[in-house]
Design a protein. Sequence first.
Length: 164
Amino acid sequence: MKRAQQLALAIALPLALLTSNAAWHVYQLNQGVEIHLPIQGFDPRDLLAGHYLTYQVDYGLGDFCPREAINAARQRHTLCLHPKQSTATADCTLPLEGFCNQEGFKAGIERFYIPEQYADDLDKAIRGQKGEIVIMVKSGKATLKSLLIEHKPWLEFIQRNITK
């Protein structure tokens, strides 16, 4: 009987963790504050991770990451998306947590997975600075909601360009 209990626990624990992770993202999508941010980037090919667009998010802050933060290994930083009147962290109404590296501020929203057949068209649109992402922010964490091209959902952009 002990072996059966261990097997049940080995199956139940990962399922519970995956379910709670999915539930957290659904909660963020439903309860977070929606923010639209312009992006620009490129489409690397990664055989293990699948097809995705990787981009840089324009937070409108210029060089937010201090030089000493880039050298620190994954040191956490908080970006204020909606300050009240001052730039003090205590006055921030919508913080976004992330870290700084050589490429800038990263909040875990820098990849959007796409079907392979649309990769080239979306890559060209993103490189042409026609893209933006929609994120939902709650408690300092961001969840990627959608990718927009020319202010329309990416699939609508693809369908419009395929019929031309």
